[in-house]
Design a protein around this ligand. Structure first.
Ligand code: KIV
Length: 279
């Protein structure tokens, strides 16, 4: 269980930073028994919890609702909450008001937002308001319409340079870490060397200062085609399906509930009720 200083400490020591997303109380209670460094309440909750095809519809209220649920199970954990689409673009005032509402009402420790130079004044305003900011560059999902889909970014000189310049700007104004998503490993390696703040990779190869994955992807709960960068570390989805099959089989076979799952009643009381109601 850490605070914001763990990011810099681990950058300096070279020990990897471990993060996963989480959106609900039950999953967070499982994470409480692990040694993860920090948890991201990502706006990927749009896809994972709501079945949306992208993160655009997510609201500030959604982010507060899910962060609160996670916080209840993880009172000491360092939580980072995504700022939803268009909540940090319009003005400095609106950005601080929106992020401030999330900080006050959800109990999170920091916010994450996507982009660099185009939102840098708003990032500065957050940091001036003492709201810790994690940047997010590369395949930033809120920009999928601009990218023409969910495509790896930074594969040519201009786009790679833009990511590097944005990362340097975010560092300069005081971001404490930067998520790098969907970029070539070599670009992420270079960024991790250039920056004095840690990089957290997802689809950015093995040389970032830490890694983050979506809980349901990493544990084999997500269905359908997953991105190349996902590794399934468990098969919890199949475990759940097998468990449900056992449950329905036992209910149909009348072997569940068994004696040990059943409340008992005094025999004389039962007999008198039966005499009264069954003629
Ligand atoms: O919303 C999310 O889950 C994220 C990760 C992909 C980094 O931002």
């Amino acid at each position: 269980m850490g605070d914001i200083t763990l990011f810099q400490k681990k950058k300096l020591s070279g020990e990897k930073i471990t993060m996963l997303t989480c959106y609900d109380y039950s999953s967070a209670a499982l994470l409480a028994e692990t040694d993860l460094d920090a948890i991201l309440i990502g706006d990927s909750l749009g896809n994972v919890m709501q079945g949306q095809t992208n993160t655009i519809p997510i609201t500030i209220e959604d982010m507060i609702y899910h962060t609160r649920a996670v916080r209840r199970a993880l009172p000491e954990m360092f939580l980072v909450t995504d700022l939803p689409f268009l909540s940090y673009h319009i003005s400095k005032e609106e950005t601080v008001r929106n992020a401030g509402k999330i900080m006050k009402e959800s109990g999170t420790n920091a916010v994450k937002l996507e982009g660099g130079e185009e939102i840098i004044d708003n990032v500065k305003a957050l940091i001036a308001a003492k709201i810790p900011v994690m940047g997010h560059l590369g395949l930033t999902p809120q920009s999928f319409q601009v990218f023409g889909g969910f495509k790896v970014q930074g594969k040519d000189y201009n786009t790679a340079k833009k990511i590097i310049e944005d990362a340097l700007l975010l560092q300069e104004v005081g971001a404490f870490a930067i998520t790098l998503e969907g970029i070539p490993e070599k670009l992420a390696t270079l960024l991790s060397k250039i920056l004095s703040i840690p990089t957290i990779g997802i689809g950015a190869g093995n040389n970032t200062d830490g890694q983050v994955l979506v809980f349901q992807d990493a544990l084999g709960i997500s269905r359908g085609k997953l991105p190349r960068f996902v590794k399934q570390f468990a098969n919890a989805g199949q475990e759940i399906i097998d468990g449900i099959k056992k449950y329905t089989d036992e209910v149909k076979a009348k072997t569940f509930p068994a004696d040990e799952h059943t409340y008992k009643m005094d025999e004389d009381l039962y007999n008198s009720l039966e005499r009264e109601y069954i003629k």
